[in-house]
Design a protein around this ligand. Structure first.
Ligand code: ATP
Ligand code: MG
Length: 435
């Protein structure tokens, strides 16, 4: 027992620590994403990680992989009346955003353009690019029916990928499809089920199970033996009426004008039940079967399905881990952040004065790391070098007594040390920031 207690604890399988220097890449990517999102007038939204299980069952659909197999759902402790709530870790955030908008009557007067970042949870088999806690950046534009906003969210994704240098090569393809309206899907469904019945003998277990519950998802099969069958199946595109086609063509006309390249994939259905009309995915073939980096589409029925006043909506979710894997794969890396300066403090007696001086530098926007504790000058200079800082600030006792600090460039060997007046920080701080 006591031995067991001493064993170091480990993180849950498929749930990762994000540590420096890797965490700096996350911050870099998130900042890039935020900058793009804000340029389109999208606003940040943060909803709880835990929601009532019913939200996802109703929102995502009962016969989806997520709800059937992947959701972390549990019963909370009973309250004093013996009632326990059924709760789940969110597997995606669209349902939570819709709940929040309805709960706070945020769609009463106008539409909303929102974005979020955060962890999502799915009990999948952990592998490269597939984790049990993973992170998404997503956008939701709620209350807008026209193809202009479908095109806007696609353009936004496209701008982000372009600014990251990911649209220059052949890293990505954008696949597009139109899932039409419920009655069109019903007509297509009948034809599809009839077709699947003809091929029943060859279907795998998953497809047999989905054939009646969610036949559209059979077209989504990754089973190589079923590709020809799926390609030959009746296409939803052939069942679309005038209004759906006009919407689809509206989206395409904007993408064409903006020079956004895409391919139409009639088999693209996406894993969640709530989509209609436009659906899309950005796919790379550099990450194997974890190649879908971003997926989204229109979900005009979801708000009403979750008890809100009917309103149209469109959005997408982008996997942060997969984006980072791809950026690494293609060699796009941010410069590792380094401090402007490293403070060397030879003796403890001057610490109050030193730390006040460092506050003065930080107030001027300088990034300065202080050597913690006391050690030899030699080891402090070593640490200063290792930090990547451009200059060392030397707070020697003599200098301090004169109200001065020594400044030694670390990058350009041989450059002489100079002295600065602590009382005149503002006059030389900018030099450190831009060193
Ligand atoms: P996949 O087909 O790869 O399972 P999905 O269709 O289930 O993806 P969505 O629900 O659309 O994915 O989520 C949007 C994005 O979130 C995906 O495109 C992907 O980048 C990312 N993602 C989804 N599941 C995981 C996971 N388990 N681990 C890491 N990233 C994930
Ligand atoms: Mg999935």
């Amino acid at each position: 027992m006591s031995d067991l207690k001493k064993q170091p604890l480990q993180a849950v399988k498929g749930m990762n620590d994000i540590l420096p220097p890797e965490s700096a890449r996350w911050e870099w990517l998130e900042a890039k994403m935020r900058s793009v999102l804000q340029r389109y007038g999208y606003q940040n939204v943060r909803t709880p990680i835990v929601e009532p299980t019913a939200l996802f069952v109703r929102g995502i659909g009962e016969v989806t992989d997520i709800v059937e197999k992947e959701m972390y759902a549990f019963e909370d402790r009973a309250d004093k009346h013996g009632q326990a709530e059924h709760l789940a870790l969110r597997p995606e955030m669209t349902a939570g955003v819709v709940r929040a908008m309805t709960e706070h009557s945020f769609l009463r007067d106008s539409g909303r353009r929102l974005y979020y970042f955060g962890p999502m949870f799915r009990r999948e088999k952990p592998q490269k690019g597939r984790y049990r806690q993973f992170h998404q950046m997503g956008v939701e534009a709620l209350g807008f029916a026209g193809p202009d906003v479908d095109a806007e969210v696609i353009l936004m994704g496209s701008r982000l990928l372009r600014e990251l240098g990911l649209l220059d090569g052949e890293h990505f393809r954008l696949e597009l499809n139109c899932l039409g309206a419920p009655d069109e899907r019903r007509a297509h469904r009948e034809a599809l089920v009839a077709y699947l019945e003809q091929h029943k003998a060859m279907l795998d277990e998953d497809s047999q199970r989905r054939m009646y519950s969610n036949p559209l998802r059979v077209l989504d099969t990754k089973n190589p033996a079923l590709q020809d069958m799926a390609n030959g199946a009746p296409k939803l595109l052939d069942f679309l009426g005038e209004a759906s086609l006009a919407h689809f063509n509206g989206v395409r006309a904007i993408l064409d004008a903006a020079g956004v390249k895409y391919t139409i994939n009639p088999r693209l259905v996406r894993g969640l039940d709530y989509y209609n009309l436009t659906v899309f995915e950005w796919i790379t073939d550099k990450l194997g079967s974890q190649g879908t980096v971003c997926g989204g589409g229109r979900y005009d029925g979801l708000i009403e399905q979750l008890g809100g006043k009917p309103a149209p909506a469109v959005g997408f979710g982008m996997g942060i881990e997969r984006m980072l894997l791809l950026l690494e794969e293609v060699g796009v890396a941010p410069d590792a952040p380094v401090p402007d300066a490293y403070a060397i403090v030879p003796s403890a007696s001057g610490l109050p004065q030193v730390m006040v001086a460092l506050e003065g530098l930080r107030a001027e926007g300088v990034t300065v790391v202080m050597h913690p504790g006391q050690s030899s000058m030699k080891s402090q200079f070593k640490k200063a070098d290792a930090s990547g800082a451009r200059v060392a600030l030397i707070f020697g006792d003599d200098e301090l007594a004169r109200g001065e600090v020594g400044l030694k460039p670390l990058r350009n060997e041989g450059e002489a040390q100079s002295l600065r007046k602590l009382a005149e920080v503002a006059s030389w701080a900018h030099e450190l920031r831009n060193a």
